[in-house]
Design a protein around this ligand. Structure first.
Ligand code: KG4
Ligand code: ZN
Length: 350
């Protein structure tokens, strides 16, 4: 089953064709990140306009790759596509609507079913790409760490989630981005650059200087906003002799310590067979390495997406659509276009 998927929840415009939820056949991504770097944050109107400019070229590029240069007659385009999938939330309303309307147009023109996908669920399903789905055994715990979310989820089976806990304030990625800005490393989405700075640290002169918020409480919740404030104080105290690589290393250690402690506690408590990680922060090298070491110790099977599947794209949207339609969404019905609309604050349990 070939699913053509569209993702436009924020500043990436993406399209993909994925076979049977796991085989990545063709995909393309356009990003408006450079525009937001200038303003130091996403301006929703600017992101939406860029989505409008990029959506058709990105779909065209994906179809070109899918047909491998052997583009069929116009009337046959889309014949090898079995369904269309689209992200309906969470995200920016103006960005989401561009992808949703494009997906509706394709569904209508080609007479194909339309599947709505939760972006957060998509991040988790990035782990199914390129593997035999049977490898991922349930029950599982999923750690979702992105710019907007830090959630721990219990998965009984496909598309069956229980919320264990999540951030009470800033998401892990947001804390990385705000700290990168505070340290003058990057004005926008500085997580990756902050992590690079941390890797330049040869000796952490600030070991233990930052708190590990909520690490010892008995919930699966997180709080990262105090950490950002503690970095601010540390910067003020040490100025002008600031050892930036050590601050970056200590900050990264603090976030990763808390994520690892709570995730592994959930793995043990629920005696799960698999641990799935997803979201932009799952690209973080220290997090990946330490999760691998912990998984080996505990015997849980660990799955983390390839680096380019950690950040926003449409490949995992098709995967989530496939596994939701073999389970929950009935494809024989005509899509109810009125019900498929942007849901900016969609949660993992909705
Ligand atoms: O999942 P994503 O692409 O977008 C959302 O759905 O939010 O995640 C983006 C977030 C940003 O906060 C970015 O700084 C962070 O992921 N990120 C990283 C790394 N790469 C991306 N944070 C820490 N270390 C990284 N290597
Ligand atoms: Zn995302």
């Amino acid at each position: 089953m070939n699913i053509l998927s569209i993702e436009s929840s924020c500043d990436e415009t993406a399209c993909a064709v994925v076979k049977d939820g796991v085989e990545r056949i063709a995909d393309a991504v356009a990003s408006s990140k450079e525009l937001h770097e200038k303003t130091g944050g996403v301006v929703p109107e600017v992101a939406a306009r860029k989505q409008i400019e990029s959506i058709v070229p990105v779909i065209e590029e994906t179809l070109n790759k899918f047909y491998g240069g052997n583009f069929p007659e116009k009337t046959q385009v889309g014949e090898d596509i079995d369904a269309i999938a689209v992200t309906v939330g969470p995200g920016l309303a103006g960005s989401l609507i561009v992808g949703i309307e494009a997906a509706k147009a394709l569904s209508l023109a080609w007479g194909k079913p339309l599947i709505s996908v939760n972006h957060l669920v998509g991040h988790i399903y990035a782990n199914f790409i390129g593997r035999n789905p049977e490898e991922i055994e349930f029950p599982a715990v999923a750690l979702l760490v992105s710019g907007g979310h830090t959630d721990l989820i219990f998965m009984r089976k496909h598309m069956d989630f229980d919320y264990l806990g999540g951030t009470l304030d800033d998401a892990a990625g947001e804390a990385f981005d705000k700290t990168a800005r505070l340290l003058g490393i990057s004005k926008y989405l500085g997580g990756v650059l902050l992590s690079k700075k941390a890797s330049e640290c040869e000796k952490n002169t600030l070991s233990g200087a930052l708190p590990r918020p909520m690490i010892n409480d008995n919930t699966f919740d997180f709080s990262f906003s105090g950490l950002k404030t503690a970095v601010k104080r540390l910067v003020e105290r040490s100025w002008p002799d600031l050892d930036i690589p050590s601050v970056a290393r200590e900050f990264e250690n603090a976030v990763v310590d808390v994520l690892i402690e709570k995730t592994m506690r959930a793995v043990k408590k629920y005696e799960v067979k698999s641990l799935l990680v997803g979201g932009g922060v799952s690209a973080n090298r220290q997090l990946r390495a330490r999760l691998e070491a912990e998984a080996q110790k505990s015997g849980v099977k660990l799955f983390i997406p390839e680096l380019d599947l950690c950040t926003d794209n449409a490949v995992y949207i098709a995967s989530a659509a496939y596994f939701s339609c073999i389970d929950k969404q009935d494809l024989s019905k005509t899509p109810d276009f009125e019900k498929i609309k942007p849901n900016p604050s969609l949660g993992i349990m909705d």
